[in-house]
Design a protein around this ligand. Structure first.
Ligand SMILES: [Zn+2]
Length: 325
């Protein structure tokens, strides 16, 4: 509005007709600005779209260096699934989605052994999915929908953009502040350092929107993301606390489902066929369940089990109890 006010001030000495003409020209120009086609709504343009525009004080180089540093902390403090066959599968699934995304830098994918349903993304495209999330999914397409959402955060560089607008959060000090304070034990239980990835509602909505398109572009059934939202919601209802706080901060499930359903109808071209499941997914799921079972038995017999919580144990963080899924 300031622009128009100034315009009128300058027009004070001009005739009424000129003022009218200015208003008409301004009003005619508005739809041109507002009607500029939104690239993010064109899934056929995926790959060449600029989805990370916005205020960002972090160069991509700085973001990658920071992500690497944080990923090193995760590697030390969380328990990653290192079985090469499971790790290769998760990476292959992720890289296929990344090839069908707007991401402009290399990304990595890891599974974190955690009984909490969740997934998160570090700056610089380091993506983590909790084993409980894989267990909750029923097919490859549902698992892919979670990874695609995280790729949306990574491609749009939400972590550094959010840090740039919230001056309070200085990412450079986070490794000490977050990881130093939590310690390995609690981090393993949480599956993620929470404060880092509490994205705004707008960024969560955008990650849903981008992720849905990546899922479609990679050939998966976009409806799977709705199935996965419903699974998470149902689990949260049945076992409060089973879903990580990160997932709970996502927009309300009913809104997400309604919006996703609308986007599927409005922006995704129909495909004759969609991938829903693969035999690889089924094999990996079975293999992972076996690995987790062996690990649980090992932890139970270890002198001081590092990942089991005793009922009377006090934790520093305000977190809800974990549940066995
Ligand atoms: Zn998210």
């Amino acid at each position: 509005m300031g622009f128009y006010r100034n315009l009128f001030k300058k027009c004070d000495n001009t005739s009424r007709d000129v003022k009218k003409a200015v208003i008409i020209v301004a009003l005619m120009a508005l739809p041109l600005v507002a009607g500029k086609p939104d690239q993010k709504r064109d899934p056929n343009a995926i790959g060449g779209r600029k989805v990370a525009s916005g205020v960002n004080f972090y160069s991509l180089e700085k973001e990658l260096a920071l992500g690497k540093q944080l990923a090193e902390e995760i590697r030390k403090q969380a328990r990653l699934v290192e079985d090469p066959i499971v790790a290769e599968y998760v990476n292959r699934l992720g890289q296929n989605l990344a090839r069908n995304s707007d991401i402009t830098f290399p990304v990595t994918f890891n599974l974190i052994e955690s009984e909490e349903i969740g997934a998160f993304t570090l700056p610089g495209g380091f993506i983590y999915v909790n084993t409980a999330t894989l267990k909750l999914s029923d097919n490859e397409s549902e698992l892919a929908s979670v990874i695609a959402h995280e790729l949306g955060h990574a491609a749009a560089r939400h972590a550094t953009r959010q840090a740039s607008t919230q001056k309070l959060l200085d990412l450079a000090t986070l490794p000490v502040a977050i990881f130093g304070g939590i310690g390995g034990y609690a981090l393993r239980q949480l599956g993620a350092p929470l404060a880092l990835f509490h994205f705004s509602r707008d960024f969560e909505t955008e990650a849903d929107f981008l992720g849905l398109q990546y899922l479609w572009k990679a050939g998966y059934d976009p409806e799977s993301s709705i199935n996965m939202f419903e699974r998470v919601e149902s689990m949260e209802r049945r076992q409060p606390g089973a879903v990580s706080q990160l997932f709970r901060t996502h927009p309300m499930t009913a809104d997400r489902i309604a919006r996703t359903q609308r986007d599927i109808g409005q922006i995704l071209p129909n495909r004759a066929e969609y991938v829903i499941n693969t035999s690889d997914y089924e094999d990996i799921r079975t293999r992972l369940l076996d690995i987790l079972e062996v690990q649980r038995a090992k932890d139970a017999t270890a002198p001081q089990p590092p990942t089991l919580r005793r009922p009377n144990e006090q934790l520093d963080l305000d977190e809800r109890p974990s549940f066995q899924l």
